[in-house]
Design a protein around this ligand. Sequence first.
Ligand SMILES: *Cc1c(COP(=O)(O)O)cnc(C)c1O
Length: 234
Amino acid sequence: MTTIADRLSLAQQRIAAAATKSARTADEIQLLAVSKTKPVSDILAAYSAGQRRFGENYVQEGQEKVVALAKQCPDIEWHFIGPLQSNKSRIVAEHFDWLHTVDRSKIAERLNAQRPTDLAQLNVCIQLNISGEASKSGIVDEASMLALAKQITGLPQLKLRGLMTIPSHEDEQQLRHEFGRMQQLYRTLQQHYPAVDTLSMGMSQDLELAVEYGSTMVRIGSAIFGARDYSNKA
Ligand SMILES: *Cc1c(COP(=O)(O)O)cnc(C)c1O
């Protein structure tokens, strides 16, 4: 039987192999373990194997896990990677270290106002809707990306870290096209804001390709924790 620790190690090996293939080093790519829908015991298993970065998609579920593990695992870095409604932004501002899905100025302003001043700045990525699919959220063009970036860098409680995307997963050619465009947009953003250091892209099925196109943070769920059961989600 493979354990979470085994699968975590396999995911790290995949990242390392992909890095080598692109003449990069494995330490340029961070692994975010996506634990949505999974129990706290699974997070603890990954934590015991050395994992410290975890991603959650649902506000209430995420909050419960952050609170449940605060004492036992104080050095976990919590990333919120799901869509965020304005009326739930306070929970993210108060409990998470990172938010990958900023896509409008209103939410940035709310998060800035709601981030407790005794916490470090909230690290944020701008979400790009790189495939342009109506079902996906995110900014669709460079000008809007730069406008939102400018706004975020003027907000004292937020720290702009980079870009995030969920591609269309149509076929490899389309995926290459979308990841390639993300890489260009990331370079443009870095030219304007040299402190930007995060390109959040790549999931269980496409992490190798994402690394080839410059990803610095891959978000891996099912390859570590197994298939998800959504039967209890609305
Ligand atoms: C669920 C999720 C992931 C992880 O997906 P897997 O295919 O299970 O690796 C990554 N990013 C986001 C935004 C997700 O919602």
